[in-house]
Design a binder for this molecule. Structure first.
Ligand SMILES: NC(=O)C1=CN([C@@H]2O[C@H](COP(=O)(O)OP(=O)(O)OC[C@H]3O[C@@H](n4cnc5c(N)ncnc54)[C@H](O)[C@@H]3O)[C@@H](O)[C@H]2O)C=CC1
Ligand SMILES: O=C([O-])CC(=O)C(=O)O
Length: 317
């Protein structure tokens, strides 16, 4: 049995993630968890998804619950529970409200699902990853967040369009905060295996505009259609497939680093990490000068928001 549980399954991201994750061939059981009072909605989601399984030929045992305790025996628990931002809000504005939800959730999971990998999507995702790490008591390899994976995919798509190449020809990474202080790694960006900085056309690349478009992408989508769903939903499935398939892919996720990046550490933030069935392992890395400076600034910011939230959580408990 390979079981995946989705917390916040009645929400926009959770409901679509249920669909994308159900396509992963390794998944045999999927549990949708919502809040008490949402039983009818959860039952409806299960029926609707089951219809899609029949149409698609998917064989996943589907169930729902309003109790976190039913997540026991999960291989992966995806947490999308929490409030989303409204137009005009920053992700960090959600920090304390969502930290209260994540702290309680993580405590229960640490106690009842000690072998699970806990995957945070709730924003601000870097801070929520740190909260989950502390309150679950699980080893850091078992806790990670979506981090800058989606941002990296957004940049990949813009680069592919600019150079008129297939997205699979582009490899790129954004590290740091899933937020304004994110840092693009041009030093790690290749097109068709060639470093982007070695292409004569690189000098004409509107790099600043591209990064600004990535930074503001979530905000623009929320303004236009209320929430980001398809990008996060597919990104979530990529990560779950990487874990369950024991694929050892290197993806950019929010993870606890001790000192892996230029000696910088003791924070949960978006970094390249090797991901497999045992969890998430940050890859030691050296960066170029301006990238180190940008990453240090991003770490400083996330450390400060995290410390503030941890203090307020302690006071509130
Ligand atoms: N890291 C990333 O790249 C992304 C993160 N997000 C984040 O994911 C979260 C969910 O987003 P949406 O699905 O759009 O929001 P939504 O409002 O549609 O769904 C939120 C879900 O959380 C549940 N929830 C709310 N308060 C709760 C509480 N006190 N206890 C337990 N469950 C609670 C709701 O019942 C619902 O199922 C937000 O924090 C959002 O910012 C969304 C997209 C991408
Ligand atoms: O922007 C938001 O609030 C949702 C999110 O994190 C994203 O889509 O990148």
């Amino acid at each position: 049995m390979t079981k995946v549980t989705i917390l916040g399954a009645t929400g926009n991201v959770g409901a679509f993630a249920a669909h994308t994750v159900s396509e992963i061939p390794y998944v045999s059981d999927m549990l949708l968890v919502g809040r008490p009072g949402r039983e009818d909605f959860l039952a409806g989601c299960c029926r609707d998804l089951s219809d899609s399984f029949a149409a698609r030929g998917t064989d996943v045992r589907l169930s729902y619950s309003t109790s976190l305790l039913d997540a026991k025996d999960s291989d992966v628990i995806i947490c999308t529970a929490g409030v989303p931002r409204r137009p005009g809000q920053d992700r960090n504005d959600l920090a304390f409200e969502n930290a209260k939800i994540i702290a309680g959730t993580a405590e229960t999971i640490g106690r009842t699902s000690p072998d699970a990998i806990l995957f945070l999507v709730t924003n601000p995702v870097d801070v929520m990853t740190a909260v989950a790490l502390k309150y679950s008591g699980l080893p850091s390899r078992q806790i990670f967040g979506l981090g800058t994976h989606l941002d990296s995919m957004r940049l990949k798509s813009l680069i592919a369009r600019y150079f008129r190449v297939h997205v699979s020809e582009v490899h790129t990474r954004i590290i740091g905060e899933h937020g304004d202080s994110m840092v693009p790694l041009w030093s790690a960006t290749t097109i068709g295996g060639i470093r982007i900085t070695n292409l004569p056309t690189f000098s004409g690349l509107p790099a600043q505009e591209m990064i600004e478009a990535v930074r503001t992408s979530g905000e623009a989508i929320i303004r236009d259609k209320g929430s980001t769903v398809y990008g996060p939903g597919e990104a979530i499935a990529t990560l779950v497939r990487t874990i369950l398939g024991d694929e050892n892919r290197i993806l950019t996720v929010s993870s606890y680093i001790k000192s892996e990046i230029h000696g910088i550490g003791d924070v949960c933030i978006g970094v390249p990490a090797r991901i497999n069935r045992d969890g998430v392992f940050p890859v030691p890395l050296s960066l170029e000068g301006s990238e180190v400076a940008g990453f240090s600034e991003s770490v400083k910011k996330i450390r400060s928001v995290t410390a503030d939230v941890m203090e307020r959580l302690e006071e509130a408990r």
